[in-house]
Design a protein around this ligand. Structure first.
Ligand code: NAI
Ligand code: 15L
Length: 272
């Protein structure tokens, strides 16, 4: 890795919403981008390789990671789903990725964690990067596992990781909660860039939010990354606040995880 260009950078989840954004915006920061997903992806452009892969397939992930110098790991299920689905894509998937990183000597990973690791904290509470986790479902639990797993691979094998507790990264905030949790695509790219090139990453937890007016997250513990968000949800305030006021008794309005805190249960017992 030179100081501001990775030689070969693996991007998992390349067919997804954020994968498509980063496929484009990370181009200046890698000589070669290796793009992977289980879903169809646009064919390879200049300095790109496209390698379909199911993260649940250990041997396939091993082959995917071989020859890479750093990884941005976005792949997996990105919403609340039954445990068995999350187990394959997110829990086994992140294990396969770190095992492959260990075997092939990859030294740096940017892991897309989520605000749903702390989703059962109350809205309005200010959380730092060391706060107790309160996952709000199987999805949040899988991201919490990824944070622990990556810590283990740092302590044991020295693989450096940034766990991005991304808020809501979409073209614009969709509701009042997202006015607080919104992360613009430009700020997402800058956050990933900071994580790829910070001289010392170690094992860092960092929240991914733009410079929004109201804050639930304090990134003082990740100051060494030098991440300075440039955008703000304020430009969308009038549009968002034209929506009807949410019910204050609704759990989705009370907790940081919003609607995720009441998704499921998915399991149904067979009736006698
Ligand atoms: P997305 O759902 O659009 O993309 C995820 C991609 O992972 C999809 O293209 C999907 O096909 C792929 N995938 C799923 N299972 C797979 C498997 N078994 N093997 C290989 N690939 C698989 O999600 P999005 O919004 O692009 O998010 C990217 C990452 O960031 C996800 O890990 C998500 O959990 C995380 N994140 C996103 C947030 C957001 O606001 N967009 C907020 C917090 C976290
Ligand atoms: C996430 O973790 C999801 O991947 C994304 O789709 C959004 O729902 C986001 O959190 C959010 O909390 O808004």
């Amino acid at each position: 890795m030179t100081q501001n260009r990775v030689n070969r950078l693996l991007l998992t989840g390349a067919a997804g919403g954020l994968g498509k954004v980063l496929r484009d915006s990370l181009k200046p920061f890698a000589h070669q981008l290796r793009l992977s997903d289980v879903a169809p992806m646009a064919s390879a452009g200049e300095n790109e390789e496209v390698l379909p892969c199911d993260l649940a397939d250990k041997a396939a992930v091993d082959a995917l990671v071989r020859g890479c110098d750093a990884i941005v790991h976005l792949g997996g299920i990105s919403v609340e789903r039954p445990f068995e689905e999350i187990l394959e894509a997110n829990i086994k998937g992140v294990f396969h990725l770190y095992e492959a990183a260990r075997r092939h000597g990859v030294q740096r990973v940017v892991f897309a964690s989520s605000n749903h690791v702390v989703g059962f904290h109350k809205q309005g509470e200010l959380l730092d990067t060391d706060c107790p986790r309160r996952p709000d479902g199987y999805y949040g639990l899988s991201k919490s596992y990824g944070e622990d797993l990556s810590r283990f691979y740092f302590d044991r094998y020295g693989i450096q990781t940034a766990c991005l507790r991304i808020g809501s990264s979409f073209p614009e905030p969709k509701d009042r909660r997202m006015m607080v949790t919104w992360l613009s695509f430009r700020d997402l790219t800058e956050l990933v860039r900071c994580c790829l090139f910070a001289p010392t990453l170690g094992h860092t937890i960092v929240y991914g939010a733009s410079a929004n007016r109201d804050k639930w997250w304090d990134n003082a513990g990740a100051a060494h990354l030098g991440f300075q968000p440039q955008d703000t949800s304020e430009v969308f305030r009038a549009k968002v606040e034209a929506q009807p006021l949410p019910d204050p008794a609704d759990l989705a309005t009370q907790y940081q995880g919003g609607g995720f805190v009441k998704a499921g249960p998915f399991e149904t017992l067979p009736q006698p």
